[in-house]
Design a binder for this molecule. Sequence first.
Ligand code: GLU
Length: 302
Amino acid sequence: MSAASPVAEERRVFRFAPSPNGLLHLGHAYSALLNHDLARAAGGAFLLRLEDIDRARCTPAFERRILDDLQWLGLGWDAAPRRQHEHFDDYATALDALQGEGLVYPGFMTRGETRAFASAFEEREGLPWPRDPDGAPLYPALDRDLGEAERRGRIAAGEPFAWRLDMGAALERLSAELAFEESGGGGREAVRADPALWGDVVLARFDTPTSYHLAVSVDDALQGVTDVVRGRDLLPSTSVHRLLQALLGLPVPRYHHHDLILGGDGRKLSKSRGDAAVRTLGEAGLTPEDIRRMVGLGLAPR
Ligand code: GLU
């Protein structure tokens, strides 16, 4: 610990933010337990957030099972869980602010059209079309400069679209390079944010008033989260969150992207493949202490 600071110690706030679209697997259990243990060790708060903006895939039944599994693991949280679908107004307000700044436009190309555009480009030019850190082709932004009348006409005609951040315009607004504090590598380091890697990211869709990136940035601020502890797979996304924090004037938490728990085949665990659900392990007779050992954590802090 560094020398005593003259200002009051901040109360640290951690959160676990599962999506209730499947059962918790060992990777989620690790993340939840680690957040909880760190919060308790810091004398801080442990919050829960249900990232349920996808109304088709997230269900109350999965939510109940997740809360039950967390309780079975011995976890308690310090405030009522925040359900994102109950806060769509908060994300709409943030989106409005970015729209007011002229940083958002409706993109009408679907994912399939974007992939087809990228393949056609690659074939024609013999050059790779840029891809985001998840491997998806960047949005070509052919409709970034559509006239207002055409935009309105296509929206009024019921054409599906996504509200996209104009990444170039957003980056021009910044007065300095963006960075965030990361401790996932051991010590604390300042990591330069590189949101341009993602291109014109989706902030909301015509039928869903937010995206993961927008909701997570707004919620971490509204829940007063000081420490974001989550899997390493989300490290590249943090660049987008850092940009949204800068554009929306939100506080910047510290980040710790932890190692992922891998399956026996060395692959990342996946809900959709039904990997190692905590529930199945419990039903097979393992105890919460066994789960803690399996993910490499010691005894629960008291
Ligand atoms: N809802 C995300 C997930 O289940 C976690 C997002 C986050 O921790 O920022 O992977």
